[in-house]
Design a protein around this ligand. Structure first.
Ligand SMILES: Cc1cc2nc3c(=O)[nH]c(=O)nc-3n(C[C@H](O)[C@H](O)[C@H](O)COP(=O)(O)OP(=O)(O)OC[C@H]3O[C@@H](n4cnc5c(N)ncnc54)[C@H](O)[C@@H]3O)c2cc1C
Length: 454
């Protein structure tokens, strides 16, 4: 771009991840899930072009990069088209070093707000399975077109005995979202979400009528509080005049300082993760198993002695262990599916038909480096987790192996070295290998890392 020309359109953005440290290159080439995915698709969907240095040092101008650089002879070159397809979700580094990305920007929403709803806001302890099912309803392809992106975090819990693991577990959770519609549309979404939870409570034979009455009353009261404009439960540093009367202060909608979407602050810290993707057949049995995977004796240091056990003895490992469900399904993929084949942008990210990602994470403490120094109090709280590092790693191992019906595959950006490479790329695996072999000019296979296709 010509930096002297200040006559640029404003109010535009490009997709990015949820954490500040995630850079655009690996994010895009891994597929790119984030706060914008429901409305604008995975980040790689908007990659219109790139300039790439191949293994032999030659430069290729892919897609719109060829137009920008007046290299029009390269525009429709088959190898270049394959390379562009490959870097749209086929993993970083494999096909060359990208020196320029060209994105199609999107218009930022007119009435933006970010929101967080936490289990701790509710008096009623709702079962995790109901919360997960209600969130899934929120993200169904044709529901809530103004919900531009969302994720649901559900916290794992230590249990003393395997017999304590239950489909009906109550777990802590946090429903995060970014909304681009009017106040009325936002209210409707929250009310519909609460209604989905209530329907599940009503249909559950586990509760008697009196319990149902109290729970439903509590939930309705909490929703009134959530929607009260004076109730601010989002962390923010910038106050933007909120003309739409949302209950939350809106922080930011792009990555410029004090004017960007509210990103999570993250510091390097030891952790382990794994992921999988629900197939379109995902159902209640899948949800039950997901909830069961989040209860583990590995996360609790008590011995299984039920007769001597009391709640006050409960000794958790303090490991931060949780799943994040990241919404993929929404307006973008509903519309893309209906486009005639030639008009669909071709990406190599193989999981466009999945409703969400499932990411398991376990974090434990160690020194976090100069600029991410923990406060003495936090340090004090975190030190016990060091004694449980192997448990944290073991928990991830069990989650990777856990039988959850109707899941398959894994997300390359959440790379787990124990997942076979093919699982990340699914049906596109062989075609990506072919692209690597025929188009990257990397005869000595120097473009190689733990995340590459070969
Ligand atoms: C705290 C945290 C939060 C995250 N949140 C999200 C999220 O919200 N959404 C999401 O999709 N992912 C998320 N991720 C995963 C993230 O997308 C991947 O880690 C991604 O690889 C990061 O890209 P990077 O360019 O920052 O990383 P790097 O580690 O620098 O790069 C990743 C890979 O791409 C290669 N690469 C980097 N630059 C280039 C280039 N210019 N040309 C060719 N190859 C290159 C590298 O060699 C490497 O193999 C998160 C990761 C962390 C640690």
């Amino acid at each position: 771009m010509d930096s002297k020309n200040t006559n640029y359109p404003t109010g535009l953005g490009i997709a990015h991840g949820t954490c500040q440290s995630v850079a655009i290159a690996g994010y895009t080439m891994g597929g790119g899930w984030g706060p914008w995915t429901r409305l604008h698709g995975m980040g790689c969907e908007r990659l219109a072009g790139a300039t790439i240095v191949l293994g032999d040092g030659s430069i290729r101008y892919l897609g719109t990069s060829a137009i920008y650089h007046n290299e029009n002879s390269q525009y429709n070159d088959e190898q270049n088209n394959n390379l562009l397809w490959a870097i749209r979700g086929g993993g970083g580094l494999s096909y060359g070093i990208v020196t320029e990305f060209f994105f199609i920007p999107f218009k930022l929403p007119e009435f933006p707000t970010s929101f967080v709803i936490k289990s701790t806001d509710f008096i009623t302890k709702i079962k995790a399975i109901d919360i997960i099912a209600a969130w899934e309803k929120v993200i169904e392809p044709h529901n809530n077109p103004h919900l531009i992106g969302t994720n649901l975090q559900v916290i794992a819990k230590g249990v003393a005995c395997d017999e304590d693991v239950s489909d009906d577990a109550v777990l802590d959770w946090q429903f995060n979202g970014h909304f681009g519609g009017t106040r009325g549309e936002f209210e409707k979404m929250i009310n519909d979400w609460a209604e989905s939870v209530i329907i599940r409570i009503n249909n559950n034979p586990y509760y008697d009528d009196a319990q149902k009455y109290v729970m439903i009353k509590d939930i309705k009261q909490e929703v009134v509080k959530i929607l009260n404009p004076s109730n601010i439960n989002i962390q923010t540093s910038v106050t933007v005049k909120n003309t739409q009367g949302y209950p939350f202060i809106f922080e930011s909608w792009d990555r410029r300082l004090n004017n960007g979407l509210s990103l999570e602050v993250d510091c390097p810290a030891p952790h382990k993760l794994t992921s999988r993707m629900p197939t379109p057949k995902w159902d209640e049995t899948s949800r039950k198993q997901l909830v069961r995977s989040l209860q583990s004796t590995l996360l609790n240091v008590n011995k299984c002695e039920p007769s001597n056990f009391s709640a006050t003895d409960d000794k958790d490992t303090s490991i931060e262990a949780y799943i994040t469900l990241g919404a993929i399904s929404g307006k973008f993929y509903a519309e893309k599916q209906n486009l005639p084949e030639p008009e669909r942008i071709k990406i190599s990210f193989p999981y466009q038909d999945r409703a969400f990602t499932i990411q398991y994470q376990a974090w434990w403490n160690q020194s976090s480096g100069k600029y991410c120094e923990m406060s003495p109090e936090t340090k004090e709280q975190k030190i016990p987790t060091r004694f449980h590092e192997n448990r944290a790693q073991d928990w991830i191992e069990t989650c990777r192996e856990f039988h959850i019906p109707h899941t398959s595959g894994s997300f390359i950006s959440f790379k787990d070295a124990s997942v076979p490479t093919k699982d990340y790329f699914s049906d596109n695996y062989q075609a990506l290998i072919n692209t690597k072999l025929t188009s990257s000019k990397d005869e000595k296979c120097l473009l190689r890392s733990r995340k590459t296709i070969i």
